[in-house]
Write a protein that binds this ligand. Structure first.
Ligand code: GLA
Length: 726
């Protein structure tokens, strides 16, 4: 990897292992030249500006400058000065004007990776980084814009961010600050996004780009169940293994916009950043604002190549937890076992049975605090529910520890129930607008986390609980989106800041938690997978993927999630059947195989399980111990998808040294008189002889001819195949 600047041709180049990104300055404007496969040599790429549609040299045709502005590929497009395409930056100055126009001032290239102030961001971690900083200025208003690009050793991900500083005497209002914009001189792409709903998160959508704008976004105050802060642009022929793909992923957990626009001259402008709706930020003299980081990647090895780049990047440069590569305790969570109906004795009965089977941690889910017997009370009152659990958690935790198990709890710090001591004492601490009804969701309100005193009060309570007993795991939930976004602490002209300040507040509290409790295993959650984003991985090495634990549904959810996020971060549990959300019954074995491709745990009442199912638990845990390093550290190859072939799903994890792999095959539907598939494997070493399901075969045979699956008896049947160098 390297960052360079050629004085000869005025080109900035970011080279990663397999990609090149090139920028130049044209009449003062920062223009994008190229993003794609790695270039060798030092070609003068400025000729690429000639065919962009408008006049190339602006000063040769000043009477038509607007046309040039509307066709030049800008690195950070501005508004109301001739570029009519979607823009990255929009301001309101002291005249009330919306115009903006940035020009090159200076640049710096340095080793290392700067932090993104107050927000999660990538860091050098496992591999050095280099950074390009381009400083620009809108002279008319006195706004400095710093564009930041970092590249990393052994990675094809480029991290981009933007810092804006008000150097004028007057206030400047930021109305839109995207994190990245890339103008690609092609339009023959499909756009891939991850969409869904509660219990159906991150299902893959793919459609060809059309003229004009197409986008996904969130305005819910979280990254959301409906859309993920990610999109990809890929060639029409792109599949898992071949074809070109560009990935755009935002390290942000709040409102976002991810957009592609096909312009009049057949170019594609790709943008990602904070959603401009509900956003405005006042920059007083001397103040600055930092946009969240965007992670861009390019692969010529299809969607699989893009995913593996992102997985490695999150593991090497984003996840900080000491758990990231280590085995997670196999947990049992009581949510689907008991819902709110539990007490000390019930929890201990689950723990006693679980410990005999080899389960290593009991997680006490919702319902342990205040007087919470259903979802209509007590959020905000983070003290023990005495009638259920006694004066303190300590005796329960000690008892669980004495069984040889760890103990974890569920919390939902950002919320308050109307029926709570906290809300009665501080009704103004919830997000609300004066004289307007507060909209409830799940009979709860959202606390104003933009306010420090609110965060302090919640944190003090949670810290006390965590210090009261040996609590080694926390599931941080967020069960409703934001409404009536308004803060009692800010003046009217600053209310556009609340959504972003809320997210910064959440980050600040998570940072406090992981700093004070560095050994804590933190799992994020938001009504299932409503906040599964890169920023959350900075705090928690795992995120609850979805409330849908039906193995069949989970395959599709984990498949979509794996397009960007590492499987080692996907919370995945074996739950009871008929499944509580679908009524479907799938084999216990298959539920185990699917959960083994994530963090692995159980979410059922083990005291009520049939002996048959219960007897499988020690074997599943043994598989976890034997194979989970491949999930945590290996490379994922998606080999087949029942959404396409109608019959089966298959994926494999290959160790980095290619000596070992774990393949999971799920036969979704059994068809009579039809053979089982022969599946072509990926990622192995061609010359090496492997033991694959009892056969000695070279990697070359396994990848070109394939591995013959055996026909299984019945729907949703599955197999794990361990492949090992002989
Ligand atoms: C959310 C979570 C569940 C569970 C409940 C508790 O829905 O996704 O796993 O913790 O909250 O109320």
């Amino acid at each position: 990897m390297s960052v360079s600047y050629s004085k000869e041709n005025g080109i900035f180049r970011l080279d990663t292992a397999n990609s090149t990104y090139a920028i130049t300055v044209n009449e003062g404007y920062i223009c994008h030249l190229y993003y794609g496969g790695r270039l060798c040599g030092n070609d003068d790429l400025r000729y690429l500006l000639e065919n962009t549609g408008g006049p190339f040299r602006i000063q040769d045709n000043i009477r038509d400058k607007a046309n040039a502005m509307d066709s030049l590929p800008f690195e950070y497009p501005c508004f109301n000065t001739g570029d009519y395409r979607e823009h990255a930056l929009e301001i309101r100055d002291s005249y009330g004007s919306f115009a903006c126009d940035i020009k090159y001032v200076s640049h710096r290239i340095y080793n290392g990776k700067p932090e993104t102030e107050g927000m999660p961001c990538s860091f050098e971690g496992e591999g050095k980084a280099q950074t390009l900083e381009i400083n620009c200025l809108d002279e008319a208003v006195g706004l400095e814009v710093m564009l930041l690009y970092s590249v990393f050793e052994n990675s094809d991900v480029i991290a981009r961010s933007v810092v804006l500083k008000n150097c004028s005497e007057e206030k400047i209002t930021l109305r839109r600050v995207f994190s990245a914009s890339v103008d690609i001189n092609r339009r023959d792409f499909d756009m891939i996004t991850l969409n869904g709903s509660w219990a159906r998160e991150r299902l893959v959508s793919r459609s060809p780009l059309h003229m004009g704008k197409q986008s996904v976004d969130s305005i819910k105050g979280e990254s959301s169940h409906q859309h993920n802060p990610f999109f990809a642009l890929c060639s029409h022929n792109c599949d898992e293994n071949t074809g070109e793909v560009y990935g755009f992923c935002l390290m942000y957990s709040g409102n976002f916009t991810a957009q592609a626009e096909v312009t009049q001259f057949g170019c594609t402008r790709a943008l990602i950043g904070i959603n401009p709706l509900l956003f405005e930020w006042s920059l007083e003299k001397g103040e600055h604002f930092t946009a969240p980081e965007a992670l861009l990647t390019y692969s010529s090895e299809g969607l699989g190549g893009m995913s593996r780049s992102y997985h490695d990047f999150f593991r090497r440069h984003v996840i900080r937890s000491r758990y990231k590569y280590s085995e997670r305790p196999v947990l049992i969570n009581n949510w689907e076992a008991t819902y709110f109906n539990f007490n000390t004795e019930k929890l201990l009965s689950i723990a006693r049975e679980a410990s005999k089977l080899g389960i290593e941690m009991l997680v006490m889910d919702d319902g342990w605090f205040g007087h919470r017997d259903s979802d209509n009370s007590s959020l905000g009152d983070w003290f023990v529910y005495k009638e259920k659990l006694g004066e303190s958690l300590k005796p329960l935790v000690d008892e669980v520890n004495s069984l040889g198990m760890k103990f974890g709890i569920w919390i939902e710090p950002e919320m308050v129930s109307p029926d709570s001591e906290l809300f009665r004492a501080h009704p103004d601490w919830a997000l609300r607008i004066p004289n307007r009804e507060m909209t409830m969701a799940r009979e709860q309100y959202v606390l104003d986390f933009s306010r420090k005193e609110v965060r302090d009060c919640i944190y003090a309570q949670i810290k006390e609980i965590l210090l009261s007993a040996n609590i080694e795991y926390v599931k941080w939930d967020m069960n409703r989106p934001l409404t009536e976004v308004w803060s009692a602490e800010l003046p009217p002209e600053r209310q556009g800041e609340v959504s972003h300040r809320y997210v910064l507040g959440v980050y600040e509290l998570m940072e406090r938690l992981v700093t004070d409790f560095p050994d804590l295993l933190l799992e994020n959650c938001s009504g299932g997978g409503g906040r599964f984003d890169g920023a959350m991985l900075y705090y928690s090495p795992q995120i609850w993927t979805s409330d849908d634990t039906d193995a069949k549904e989970r395959i599709a959810i984990q498949y979509g999630t794996s397009l960007v996020y590492p499987p080692s971060a996907m919370g995945a549990h074996v739950s009871d059947c008929p499944n509580h959300l679908t009524g479907r019954t799938t084999p216990f074995e298959t539920r185990g195989h699917v959960a083994l491709s994530g963090t692995f745990g159980y979410e059922l009442d083990v005291t009520k399980l049939s002996d048959n199912d219960k007897n499988m638990i020690p074997t599943q845990i043994a598989y976890y111990k034997k194979y989970s390093h491949l999930v945590r550290e290996g490379d994922l190859y998606r080999l087949g998808n029942s959404a396409n072939n109608g019959l089966w799903d298959c994926w494999m994890f290959v160790s980095k040294d290619k000596s070992e792999a774990l393949l999971t095959y799920v036969q979704q539907y059994v068809t009579p008189n039809y053979p089982a598939p022969v599946i072509r494997l990926r990622g192995l070493d061609s010359d090496v002889v492997y033991d694959a399901d009892g056969r000695a075969l070279t990697g070359s045979a396994l990848m070109n001819c394939g591995l013959a699956m055996e026909k299984l008896w019945g729907d949703y049947k599955s197999r794990l195949v361990h492949i090992k160098k002989k």
